[in-house]
Write a protein that binds this ligand. Structure first.
Ligand SMILES: [Zn+2]
Length: 159
């Protein structure tokens, strides 16, 4: 029961405070970020990195935007898997830039893990999750050069 009178007009409209809005509302409220891929909410600002260390040069790529949990996870898996096999083939990349890129993506992963699910996807525009990172061929191929780099560093430290 509300003590506010109904507003004049035909048909009688309820007073604005009687409108229902709650966590079950499927769309982002104006002050909440929405995913730029699917429109789902909540979303957070993130920068997903992709490093390519080629023999003669290096490429640094960054996918910046606000993504929901599902789209963020899909993009993170894709770019981290590519980094895992493309990032080791330049000395500076192998020793510095690729490990840093992987660590920065790991921080984005922690950010995504704190997000609740984005709710329904009425237009089916959400990115497909794809395989988990450790089941992708790119990641598995990349584990070999990663092990070589680790061995090299261990040897260097041991003298
Ligand atoms: Zn999304």
């Amino acid at each position: 029961m509300t003590d506010r009178p109904a507003l004049p007009g035909y048909p009688l409209r309820p007073a604005p405070s009687a409108r229902r809005a709650g966590p079950e509302a499927p769309y982002a409220t104006p002050w909440q970020l929405a995913c730029q891929m699917c429109g789902g909410s909540p979303a957070v600002e993130m920068a997903i990195r992709h490093h390519q260390g080629l023999v003669f040069f290096m490429l640094f790529r960054k996918r910046k935007g606000h993504f929901c949990r599902t789209c963020g996870t899909a993009l993170l898996r894709k770019h981290t898997a590519m980094t895992m096999w493309q990032g080791w083939w330049h000395p500076l990349s192998a020793l510095l830039f690729n490990p840093v890129t992987i660590l920065l993506n790991w921080r984005v992963h922690a950010k995504i893990e704190r997000l609740p699910g984005p709710g329904p996807d009425p237009f089916a525009s959400r990115l497909p999750l794809g395989k988990p990172l450790l089941l992708r061929p790119g990641t598995l191929v990349g584990l070999l050069p990663a092990a070589v780099v680790l061995l090299f560093l261990a040897n260097l430290i041991a003298g």
